[in-house]
Design a protein around this ligand. Structure first.
Ligand SMILES: NC(=O)c1ccc[n+]([C@@H]2O[C@H](COP(=O)([O-])OP(=O)(O)OC[C@H]3O[C@@H](n4cnc5c(N)ncnc54)[C@H](O)[C@@H]3O)[C@@H](O)[C@H]2O)c1
Ligand SMILES: O=C(O)C1=N[C@H](C(=O)O)CCC1
Length: 251
């Protein structure tokens, strides 16, 4: 049985995770952490880790990029791992998280769906062939109108995966409105669309002379992310300290 503390339990993803775990015989949510106390859960909910003394095997985090230190301190004090799904983390926060992964196992992925893990590999393969052939690379992501961070963590992760193939020589271009110049070869354009209830779409465009290749992933429900996070929560307990990715679990 995997005992889970769910940070962000009263949010949209938190509620989907709670439903999925309730139907799972091998996992249970033993506590929730949420600054908002807007609903009644089937487990105790605390406003912060400081107020929580519940023992668990792992934390799942779908919240906001604030007070990350508090969560890391709690996990270190209990010697448990974190499945970190929150996006929009700053460089400084990412550095603190990397540091903590020397003491505890941390599974961080901006996108817990299996499909994004797969298309990341396809996109890297395509980049390897097409960048040298002069194709321009652009990423377009689309999400619901409640999403606060832009571009999405997944778009940034896809850009990083592409740039890794390109020896990290390409720059990210988030906005062209201030420029009156043609696009440079060594850039990856990243555009964010927000509207309605779009769950999550990521499209990588390779635009060449007279032809375009597009690799796209569409999530039709938040359950694809939640299932991956619960799977990661079962995978992590007992693992040595370190940083884990979707590929570690899939492989
Ligand atoms: N990795 C993935 O696959 C994936 C998938 C979907 C969403 N996300 C990310 O997960 C996060 C949450 O998404 P959402 O749609 O559920 O958002 P949401 O706004 O609906 O929910 C966030 C919840 O976190 C709570 N919260 C905010 N600050 C907190 C804090 N300091 N401590 C505890 N709780 C806090 C809020 O009160 C809210 O209930 C976002 O960063 C989003 O980008 C990641
Ligand atoms: O709904 C969200 O918010 C999502 N955020 C992740 C991101 O920023 O990449 C993954 C998709 C859904």
């Amino acid at each position: 049985m995997t005992n889970i503390i769910l940070r962000g339990c009263n949010g949209k993803m938190g509620q989907v995770i709670a439903d999925i775990v309730e139907a799972d015989d091998d996992a249970v949510i033993v506590a929730g952490i949420d600054v908002s106390q807007n609903r009644v859960a089937k487990f105790p909910v605390y406003q912060s880790f400081q107020k929580c003394n519940v023992k668990a095997d792992v934390i799942i985090d779908f919240s906001a990029p604030v007070n990350v230190e508090e969560m890391l301190d709690f996990a270190k004090s209990q010697g448990i791992g974190i499945v970190l799904c929150t996006t929009g983390l700053s460089k400084e926060q990412l550095a603190i998280i990397d540091e903590a992964s020397r003491e505890i196992p941390i599974f961080r992925s901006a996108n817990m769906s299996m499909g994004i893990n797969l298309i990341t590999k396809l996109v890297q393969e395509a980049t390897y062939i097409l960048a040298d052939a002069g194709y321009d690379i652009e990423i377009v992501e689309r999400h619901h109108n409640k999403k606060v961070d832009a571009p999405s963590g997944t778009a940034l992760a896809l850009a990083d995966a592409i740039n890794q193939v390109l020896n990290n020589e390409y720059e990210y271009k988030f906005d062209r409105s201030a420029d009156r110049v043609a696009r440079s070869k060594k850039e990856i354009g990243i555009s964010a669309v927000r509207g309605g209830t779009i769950v999550g779409e990521h499209e990588v465009i390779f635009a060449g002379t007279d032809e375009v290749i597009e690799i796209k992933h569409t999530a039709y429900s938040k359950a694809v992310f939640a299932k991956g996070a619960v799977q990661a929560a079962k995978f992590l307990p007992g693992k040595p300290a370190g940083m884990y990715r979707m590929s570690d679990m899939m492989d």
